[in-house]
Every structure is written in structure tokens, then in C-alpha cells.
Design a protein around this ligand. Structure first.
Ligand code: SAM
Ligand code: SF4
Length: 384
């Protein structure tokens, strides 16, 4: 993976789902009356125009439809948005265009139309390869349906990734290892492997704290994480980020823009962006509630509820937080130019001494595998 310029990406958020999964705290909403896609598509176009008027002409390296469940979008909606992006910016010839999709049969039926619209990478939310756990996770698909969707996706899109959630209640490292080996056999070029997290204000939060199901203890979590890495390494899919694994060259270019602290426009309800204007980097955020967002875009041309310049200190902290998630780590010169400060040599020496980080050729700092287990503490130590 080349350590080049981070690039410019466009993130498009589709905020609707068929049902709300009990673990999920993403900006996703269930509506019993189907949203008016033509009206929403017009609002996306308006917001793209407003954002592009602000950034000026840029070369877009990557576009990412995330959610929610973007595979509930009509292909025509996807096409309208992609056309607006091409019209207002310049999309590079080999741009990565990803869509997150849920592997139900209804959504899989639209795959070829998404491909015709320009999507060239699909990220499927498979989550588990056993039906009991899929039911526990509140998913609307079975293993069989998920595998059919994987098969169809592989034959439709040049690039395929899928997500699995592990560290589920009572899951042993042995059982997870077998499930992961089976998953790798389905020939995706990229896997996102997340440990189940109990997020505040979700049904799982209440159920877990009411003692309705157990979560793995710390030792089991570490063993599960080590199993994940050992198996992925053995199958040529090493981690390039704390939860993301890829064959060489198949890393998600869009997410690399975030982790390498590049520039990205966030379009749609709740989308976040980082836009650079002159020497100043702005943090942007859109109104989350889809109906309010729509109303704002129709009235004001955009749904921005946050548009704040970041201080040098904030930029340095964000670069550390994002960049140290990557195996390649951070570039010291870039850190200094973003934050106008240097990392404390005493802290660096301490963290190296404790085996948490490595300094490579005096130019880069990266977390060791041990450091990854306590990454938040490592970042906090370096940032302070
Ligand atoms: C926002 S979802 C969008 C993808 C799609 N809607 C789906 O569910 O397949 C992105 C990914 O985040 C992961 N995720 C969401 N909440 C999580 C949690 N509480 N713990 C672990 N992973 C989570 C899931 O693997 C999911 O595929
Ligand atoms: S995990 Fe995916 S499908 Fe489930 S509620 Fe969240 S965004 Fe929707």
C-alpha cells in the first residue's frame, strides 16, 4: 500500500433501514411510509452543489454510500447522486465507488443496476455465519441468504468486502476461528471484523445491563482478537487497520482518506466532513433527523449544523487518533505541519520502552500489536 497523498473523498449517508438492529447506534431510522426518493435525491444534489461551491473544483478519489442501508436506495437515486458529484467536482478515472449493502434477497436484486450506475465496490453486512447469532443480532437475513448475496456480489462487482461482528455472547476463540476461516473462503478481497460493542441508548445496552446476556471478559476478547489476526495473516489478509483486513492492494481507499487525515465532504443526514480552505481545516456535520435535514436543505441549500475551524491542537489530536489506527502509523513531519508542535520525546521513549509503539526510520510512529489493545490510552498519552 503506497503511502501517498490522502486524497479527496465524498461520503453520502442514506439514513433509512428496514429494521433497527438492537446493537446499532448509527444514524439510521425506520419509516413505515416509504421515503420520497425523488425529493431526497433532489436534496442530495442541492447539498452537493452547495458543498462544491465552497470547496471549488476538486478531484474526487473515492465515493462511499454508507448508512443506514444504502442498498434500499433506488438505482435511479444512486445515479442522480453520482451524476451530481461528477458534474460539480471531477471524479478521477479509477475512483473507488463503494456501497454498503445488507444481504437480503430484495437488496441483492438491485446489484446489477447499482453496478450499471457506477458502483464498483460493495461492502456486505454479513455479520455472522450462524443463524442463531444472526437472530440474536436482530438481522433480517439468514446465513443462506447472505451467502447467496455474497455470490451474486462477487459476480457483479470488481471488489467485495464484508463485515462480521465477533466477540458475541459465549463465542469461543475456536468457534470464531472456524467461522472466520469459512468466511475467508468466500473470496472477498477485504474484511471488516468488529468486536461487538455495547453502545449506550441501544436495546442491547439495557438487555446486557439487565443480565440478559453475557459479554466476553477481557482475556477472551484479547484471545478472540489474536485469533482474528493469526487466521487473517495465515490467509494473506493482514490487518492494515485495527479492524480491517485486506489482500495486498485491496485496502478501502475511502477509509484510508479518513485514517490518513485527508479531506472529505459529508453529504446527507448526519454526515461528517473535513474540508480544507486555505490553511484552515473545518469540521462539518449535517442535521441528523432525515425530515429536518430535508427541510433545511430545501430552505437553505444545505443541512449543516456544525461548520467549525479546527485549532492546530485539534488537528494534531485528530491525526494521531485516526493515523495510529493504521498499521503504517503516522508521519512525524505531517503531524508537525498539521499541529505546529512535536511529539514529546520522553513520552515516545517511554511508549517504545513499554513495547506499545515503534518509531520507523525516525520518520513514522506506529502502534505495535500490544499497543493496538490499548490504543486509546496510547493516543491519549501521546496527545497530552
Ligand atoms: C452502520 S453499519 C452499515 C451497514 C449495513 N446497514 C449493515 O448493517 O449491514 C456498518 C457496520 O458497523 C458494524 N457495527 C454497527 N454497530 C456495531 C456494534 N455495536 N458493534 C460492532 N459492530 C457494529 C456492523 O458490522 C455493520 O456492518
Ligand atoms: S446495523 Fe445496519 S441495518 Fe442494522 S440498524 Fe444499523 S445501519 Fe441499519
Amino acid at each position: 500500500m503506497a503511502l501517498g497523498e490522502p486524497g479527496f473523498g465524498v461520503y453520502v449517508h442514506w439514513p433509512f433501514c428496514m429494521a433497527k438492529c438492537p446493537y446499532c447506534d448509527f444514524n439510521s431510522h425506520v419509516r413505515h411510509i416509504a421515503p420520497d426518493q425523488e425529493r431526497i435525491a433532489r436534496a442530495f444534489v442541492t447539498e452537493i452543489e452547495t458543498t462544491a461551491a465552497r470547496t471549488g473544483k476538486r478531484t474526487v478519489n473515492s465515493i462511499f454510500f454508507g448508512g443506514g442501508t444504502p442498498s434500499l436506495m433506488e438505482p435511479a437515486t444512486v445515479e442522480t447522486i453520482l451524476n451530481a458529484i461528477s458534474k460539480n467536482w471531477s471524479v478521477c478515472e479509477n475512483a473507488e465507488i463503494t456501497m454498503e449493502a445488507n444481504p437480503t434477497s430484495v437488496e441483492a436484486e438491485r446489484f446489477s443496476a447499482y453496478r450499471s450506475a457506477g458502483v464498483n465496490r460493495i461492502s456486505l453486512g454479513v455479520q455472522a455465519l450462524n443463524d442463531e447469532d444472526l437472530r440474536f443480532l436482530g438481522r433480517m437475513h439468514s446465513v443462506e441468504q447472505a451467502l447467496k448475496a455474497v455470490d451474486l456480489a462477487r459476480n457483479t462487482f470488481p471488489r467485495l468486502s464484508f463485515d462480521l461482528i465477533y466477540a458475541r455472547p459465549n463465542q469461543t476463540p475456536e468457534a470464531w476461528g472456524k467461522e472466520l476461516e469459512r468466511a475467508i473462503g468466500f473470496a472477498a478481497d477485504h474484511l471488516s471484523l468488529y468486536q461487538l460493542t455495547i453502545e449506550p441508548d441501544t436495546p442491547f445496552f439495557k438487555l446486557f445491563h439487565a443480565g440478559k446476556f453475557p459479554m466476553p471478559d477481557e482475556d477472551t476478547s484479547v484471545a478472540l482478537y489474536k485469533t482474528t489476526h493469526a487466521i487473517c495473516d495465515a490467509h494473506g489478509m493482514p490487518a492494515y487497520e485495527i479492524s480491517n483486513h485486506a489482500r495486498e492492494g485491496a485496502e478501502c481507499r475511502h477509509n484510508l482518506i479518513y485514517w490518513r487525515y485527508g479531506e472529505y465532504a459529508g453529504i446527507g443526514p448526519g454526515a461528517h466532513g473535513r474540508l480544507v480552505s486555505g490553511n484552515v481545516r473545518f469540521a462539518t456535520e449535517m442535521e441528523k433527523m432525515p425530515e429536518t435535514w430535508l427541510d433545511h436543505v430545501e430552505k437553505y441549500g444545505h443541512g449543516w449544523i456544525l461548520d467549525d475551524p479546527l485549532t492546530l491542537e485539534q488537528q494534531g489530536d485528530e491525526y494521531l487518533l485516526m493515523g495510529l489506527r493504521l498499521k503504517e502509523g503516522i508521519d512525524l513531519e505531517r503531524f508537525e505541519s498539521l499541529s505546529q508542535r512535536t511529539l514529546d520525546p520522553g513520552r515516545l521513549t517511554d511508549l517504545v520502552g513499554h513495547g506499545m509503539i515503534e518509531v520507523v526510520d525516525g520518520k513514522r510512529v506506529r502502534a505495535t500489536r500490544e499497543g493496538f489493545f490499548v490504543l486509546d490510552a496510547v493516543v491519549a498519552d501521546l496527545a497530552s
